[in-house]
Write a protein that binds this ligand. Structure first.
Ligand code: SF4
Ligand code: SF4
Length: 182
């Protein structure tokens, strides 16, 4: 089967969001997890600054043209993960900023707060060599907590929508058949 392109996934996510955002917002468990995720994303961003990773990546991107957010990474994103970003207030871009870059890398950097595990965890060789190990460990612990919650929320939203739409929740072991999350 032909893989779904990112523009199609964005349209699916926007339609899901339009149809289900009120119901998702009215579910106290989902609503609480979305708030909790927003706090964890912020904590990860703070940890990235404290570790020096944010500064190193900014310098690499702006001064050395070395962003590692290449075209094709956006294919890892599922419509449900994009719905989570919509719930966090993001406007999904219709076009990419640069042909060689990920669809979500816009002029001021990545526009997604809820990101795939590859995006959250990736540390290039240079970062591994230049950032002190104890700082990388702290960053990875914070990122791990964010990922664990995002994984649960993604499953919960997928099951919620499936149940409301078809009366059949989808179990996590079937996840890979429909696209990857993290
Ligand atoms: S992870 Fe490495 S290659 Fe990617 S932007 Fe940061 S410093 Fe540059
Ligand atoms: S961090 Fe953002 S811009 Fe970079 S590859 Fe991941 S989704 Fe794309």
């Amino acid at each position: 089967m032909k893989p779904i392109q990112i523009k199609e996934k964005i349209t699916i996510a926007q339609n899901m969001y339009r149809t289900w955002c009120d119901a998702l917002g009215a579910d106290s468990g989902i609503s609480a997890q979305v708030q909790e995720l927003a706090a964890k994303v912020e904590a990860s961003a703070d940890a990235s600054i404290r570790s020096g990773v944010a500064q190193a990546c900014r310098q690499c991107d702006r001064e050395e043209g070395g962003s590692c957010c290449g075209a094709g990474i956006e294919d890892r994103y599922t419509p449900e993960l994009l719905v989570i970003n919509l719930l966090l207030g993001v406007t999904l871009p219709e076009s990419r900023h640069s042909a060689n870059s990920c669809h979500f890398l816009q002029e001021r950097g990545c526009i997604l707060p809820a990101r795939d595990i590859l995006c959250v965890n990736y540390l290039c060789t240079r970062l591994q060599k230049t950032i002190p190990p104890e700082k990388l460990l702290q960053l990875q612990e914070t990122n791990g907590s964010e990922m664990e919650l995002l994984f649960r929320l993604h499953d919960r939203i997928r099951n919620f929508i499936r149940y409301k739409a078809h009366g059949t929740p989808q179990h996590s072991q079937h996840r890979e058949a429909h696209g990857r999350l993290l």
